[in-house]
Design a protein around this ligand. Structure first.
Ligand SMILES: [Zn+2]
Ligand SMILES: [Zn+2]
Length: 268
């Protein structure tokens, strides 16, 4: 049972899988900025841990369409071997997900906490699904020297051999109501996902943001972005669009992932 309640976009249901959380240092966030962390902590205590850390949750989203088709957006760490960051982890968080019913897996990018769960025990975690990856990430991560990144990409080569990976560089609708949007910066091929039913829209950001503070200051650079200038540009553009058009927003690493963006920042 996830600590996050399901939400809906029209008839589309979005469940949140929580694998756990780790406490990360605030000192590593928003380089070059003086942030009033005490004030931030008072406004949103759920996002923080102790006096100098924040709660980095690892969430994935399971989207059930009116047709009954299931689309998974990010896959968490899974049993990815070198990666055990947890302060607290959840026992078997994917237990209630009908893996065989999943037809599409949208991986926002190839970091281990998003792509690690595509392969479990050397086999496809979602045996009947096509896994969608942006071409720029597939190329970039092939040459990565970072062990975590290299292994995630390497594990996924078995999916490529099985014909289960779709590598493209275009923004498109995977199935009606589910769109891929290239939002580079965090990684070269980073994607966000837009779920819509008429005017009811929810933006699954991927790693466009890590802390709610960034919603008020989308132009601040992030130490998590490979290209901070491009990351800030993607964040500004998508959050402007979300605020302007009244989209809801879901951020996988927020302890409380669902909210929206107003002129003063993150709204719950
Ligand atoms: Zn969580
Ligand atoms: Zn991440």
């Amino acid at each position: 049972m996830s600590h996050v309640q399901p939400v809906r976009v029209g008839p589309i249901e979005i469940r949140t899988i929580c694998e756990g959380w780790a406490a990360l240092a605030l000192a590593d966030e928003s380089p070059g900025q003086t942030v009033d962390w005490d004030g931030e902590r008072e406004r949103r205590p759920w996002a923080f841990f102790g006096s100098d850390r924040w709660r980095w949750h690892v969430h994935a989203f399971v989207v059930r369409l009116p047709s009954g088709m299931i689309v998974v957006v990010d896959t968490g760490v899974g049993d990815f071997p070198p990666y055990a960051p947890w302060e607290e982890s959840v026992e078997d968080p994917w237990a209630d997900v009908e893996a065989a019913e999943v037809r599409h897996v949208l991986v926002t990018h190839l970091h281990a906490d998003h792509a690690g769960g595509t392969v479990i025990g050397g086999a496809p975690a979602f045996p009947n699904a096509m896994v969608h990856v942006h071409e720029a990430d597939w190329s970039a991560f092939a040459g990565s020297t970072d062990a975590d990144d290299y292994v995630a990409r390497h594990a996924m080569s078995s999916l490529l051999e099985l014909g289960m990976i779709s590598i493209t560089d275009t923004d498109r609708e995977v199935v009606p109501g589910v769109q891929l949007r290239h939002t580079p910066g965090h990684t070269p091929g980073h994607r966000s996902v837009i779920l819509s039913h008429g005017n009811d829209v929810i933006l699954l950001t991927g790693d466009l943001l890590h802390l709610p503070t960034q919603a008020a200051h989308p132009g601040w650079w992030s130490s998590h972005d490979e290209d901070p200038q491009l990351g800030a540009a993607s964040r500004r553009l998508l959050l402007w669009r979300a605020a302007h058009d009244g989209w809801r927003v879901a951020v996988p690493h927020f302890a409380r992932p669902f909210g929206s963006v107003g002129s003063k920042g993150w709204l719950e």
